[in-house]
Design a protein around this ligand. Structure first.
Ligand code: SF4
Length: 756
């Protein structure tokens, strides 16, 4: 019995009617992406056609997935919603916090010791609220989701950008910020701009050394890291059907690297095989009944130019293995062209490490194909030149690979088998004691991202992304420009030997096996479960609800900072070492706006505390105002809050007493996040009024009692010289969002409604 089979059945039961309704309003053949989107409208059956790339639409996702780093604040917030249980099936996965260093057993224990309080919190909060918890060592979120939860035609959101991996099983799966996950878990709609659609037609068949990874490396080459922004990429054609389901997962996974909203494939036999092999024959049975709806219409695929916003065609017969990098995943080099390119760019040709695994490429097929290369190295008397690291994607894959001798094959090459966790893919790699001063070098891995410092913290590490089988071949050769199709290697006996092309099993012939998959089911009734947070913890802090609006105009407010130029969510809430505190609002608030450039003087993290006249760091000034009971405002430039959907960027100012953020324009997601936290996110009706704001101004709202959709608010700006300016402010609050403001936050309102 698959997890949540009743939910999946309910989704499929409504497919025929909803598709019929969508056909009526769209009035043309439908792509798969459109079918999934239109069957998951919050409003139910479609009553209007949406404009791609323009309409904001409310959706009702089927499930939510969270990883341990982002789950902390999401679940702390969910606790504020006053619900007994999550509204949709949800899971949390302990995968990001475990360092790879010595090998799985030691590293896992060390990871548990270091992060015990976070894991205990997640375990208990999941137990209480009906959320499945995958314990440390159980695997990487996206591999576990693919093995257990993804289903064709479903819609999922996840608090991780590679949630898109589930497109390999025909889902629309989208990476979101914690606030969106909280909404859906609390029973609210999830808003998304209706995406544009890119069709990728795959013809031919992969062969020789070429793997599914090379498809997405090629797509990244064509579209670049920005080319998929705001789009769903839909793959189709006989080449798509000829690939394994997990291979499709790899391709969708790295859709994040081209900025795509998500990527997906139509339901086919590879998905049937995968579902059956992972114990979900019941899902196949249900999916088969609506199979015609789980792929794009034939007419769409016959004339893709008519139905997609952009079409790309790739012939798998002639596609070559690629290495993409360094420092960006869209810098593609075909195997065979590397020598010249590396020499021209000064990329080190000696490769020090080959890393296989991550959520991107840790399927059984990936490991078995890479192992087929590793085995040849042993059999042909080759000595591996680079070091090998393997991080399996799940305990199920690891256990099965061990049973089938695949791990032993890697160990014969002195590979280190790391924990089933993200490890080196997210910088959790104990490679160096002093990474900043580590030497220039090259590594090759089958992960998805290769930005500077991502794997090992060393800015001089040149990381190249390739398929697992290419990683194996290159690690054995120790040469970045090794071309296994043409080149030979010298073995221990001085003989020249050649590696045969990889081979492997798409799925284990004896089936998957696992003793303990690491899953913790939640309590049936969590009412007596206590959520474990140590009040002394520096990493976790239970949230206190933000105060409701007192019904009075906000007056006597001081300027915390007038930000000039770019002010992204990273400027508002920096990442890096601060991520350690992402479950502790008060501690992480010490990074609040420290990256914003002060319009008065041009410095960062330096403002004047108007209460004392002294210079102060932004968070310190905010705390001083808050302690004195003085409200504050933040003033900003254009596109304020662009970047990520990080909810901390809205929560921190709110926590530190900022009542209004007034800017020339907002990045939409951040604007919504401010609204959710009960803040006033406002824009200057007259942009030039930004210039009127002086460092020592006092701000008085005069008509907050009349706060209404479409109606401007009035702000009196009192200058220190006794003069005043009255300026008008625009806003985009609807009636519901104004209620969020009045209640103090969206969650306060949900809680009040739940209690009513
Ligand atoms: Fe993210 Fe890497 Fe973990 Fe995948 S393996 S979820 S890309 S950190």
């Amino acid at each position: 019995m698959a997890f949540d089979i009743d939910m999946i059945k309910a989704v499929y039961d409504r497919y025929p009617e909803r598709i019929a309704a969508a056909r009526k309003v769209v009035n043309k053949p439908l792509t798969l992406a459109e079918k999934i989107l239109y069957t998951h409208l919050w409003e139910g059956e479609a009553t209007q056609a949406f404009e791609r790339g323009n309409s904001y639409v409310d959706f009702a996702p089927d499930r939510v997935a969270m990883q341990d780093a982002t789950a902390q604040m999401a679940l702390l917030q969910f606790m504020q919603a006053g619900k007994d249980k999550v509204a949709v099936p949800s899971t949390a996965h302990a995968d990001h916090l475990i360092q790879a260093k010595l090998g799985a057993s030691k590293d896992l224990q060390e990871g548990i010791n270091k992060n015990n309080e976070v894991f205990n919190f997640l375990s208990s909060v999941c137990d209480k609220y009906g959320i499945g918890f995958w314990k440390p060592g159980a695997g990487i979120i996206h591999q576990v989701v693919l093995e257990n939860y993804a289903f064709p035609g479903g819609m999922m959101i996840g608090t991780d950008s590679h949630t898109v991996n589930a497109g390999g099983l025909g889902m629309v799966a989208v990476g979101v910020g914690g606030a969106d996950a909280v909404d859906v878990m609390a029973g609210m709609a999830w808003e998304l701009k209706f995406p544009k659609l890119i069709g990728v037609k795959l013809t031919g068949k992969l062969n020789g050394w070429t793997a599914p990874k090379d498809v997405i490396l090629k797509v990244a080459d064509i579209l670049t890291v920005k080319g998929g922004t705001g789009c769903i990429v839909e793959y189709f054609g006989d080449g798509a059907e000829s690939m394994s389901c997990t291979g499709k997962g790899t391709i969708c996974n790295m859709g994040a690297e081209i900025g795509a909203t998500t990527s997906t494939f139509g339901y086919d036999d590879s998905m049937r095989r995968y579902l059956k092999s992972t114990g979900r024959a019941d899902v196949v049975e249900l999916a088969d009944q609506v199979a015609e709806h789980l792929t794009g219409d034939a007419e769409v695929y016959a004339n893709p130019e008519q139905y997609f916003d952009q079409v790309i065609e790739i012939n798998l017969d002639t596609l070559m293995p690629h290495l993409n990098g360094p420092f960006t995943p869209d810098l593609a080099t075909e195997v065979g062209s590397m020598t010249e390119k590396a020499n021209a760019n000064g990329w080190p040709l000696d490769v020090e490490w080959g890393l296989i695994g991550s959520c991107t490429n840790s399927s059984y097929e990936d490991l078995s194909r890479a192992a087929s290369i590793a085995k040849q190295a042993v059999d042909k008397g080759l000595v591996t030149k680079a070091q090998f690291g393997i991080n399996p994607g799940s305990e199920q894959v690891r256990f099965t690979a061990e049973r089938d001798g695949l791990l032993k094959t890697f160990e014969d090459l002195d590979a280190t088998i790391f924990t089933n966790a993200c490890g080196p893919c997210i910088g959790q790699w104990g490679r160096y004691s002093d990474p900043k001063n580590a030497p220039k070098n090259s590594i090759v891995h089958s992960f998805n991202r290769n930005f500077a410092k991502r794997a090992d913290g060393n800015p001089n590490t040149h990381a190249f992304v390739a398929s697992p089988e290419m990683v194996a071949a290159i690690a054995i050769s120790g040469r970045l420009d090794f071309n296994p199709i043409t080149d030979t290697l010298t073995n221990k006996n001085g003989e020249e030997v050649k590696l045969d092309p990889p081979h492997g099993d798409e799925l284990p012939t004896q089936g998957f096996a696992v003793e303990d998959n690491g899953y913790q089911a939640p309590a049936e009734d969590g009412s007596n479960v206590e959520v474990i947070v140590n009040p002394e913890s520096e990493r976790l802090q239970l949230l206190t609800p933000f105060d409701a609006w007192d019904g009075q105009n906000i007056t006597g407010a001081k300027l915390l900072i007038k930000a000039e130029g770019k002010c992204t969510t990273d400027h508002i809430s920096m990442a890096g070492p601060w991520l350690r505190y992402r479950g502790h609002l008060d501690n992480i608030s010490n990074n609040c706006l420290i990256g914003a450039v002060n319009a008065f003087g041009g410095a960062t993290n330096e403002v004047v505390n108007q209460l004392t006249g002294d210079k102060a760091e932004v968070p310190a000034a905010a705390r001083a105002y808050k302690a004195a009971g003085v409200p504050t405002v933040v003033v900003g430039d254009h596109n304020y809050g662009e970047g990520s959907s990080r909810e901390h960027a809205a929560m921190e100012p709110r926590h530190l007493g900022v009542r209004a953020v007034i800017v020339k324009s907002f990045a939409r997601i951040h604007e919504t996040n401010l609204k959710k936290q009960g803040m006033l996110g406002l824009t200057f009706a007259n942009e030039a009024d930004y210039d009127l704001i002086k460092e020592d101004d006092t701000f008085n709202f005069t008509d907050l009692a009349d706060f209404a959709p479409g109606k401007q608010l009035t702000l009196e700006v009192a200058h220190a010289d006794g003069s005043t300016d009255t300026i008008m402010l625009n806003h985009t609050y609807n009636a519901q969002q104004i209620e969020w403001f009045k209640a103090g936050s969206a969650l306060n309102l949900i809680k009040a409604q739940a209690a009513a």
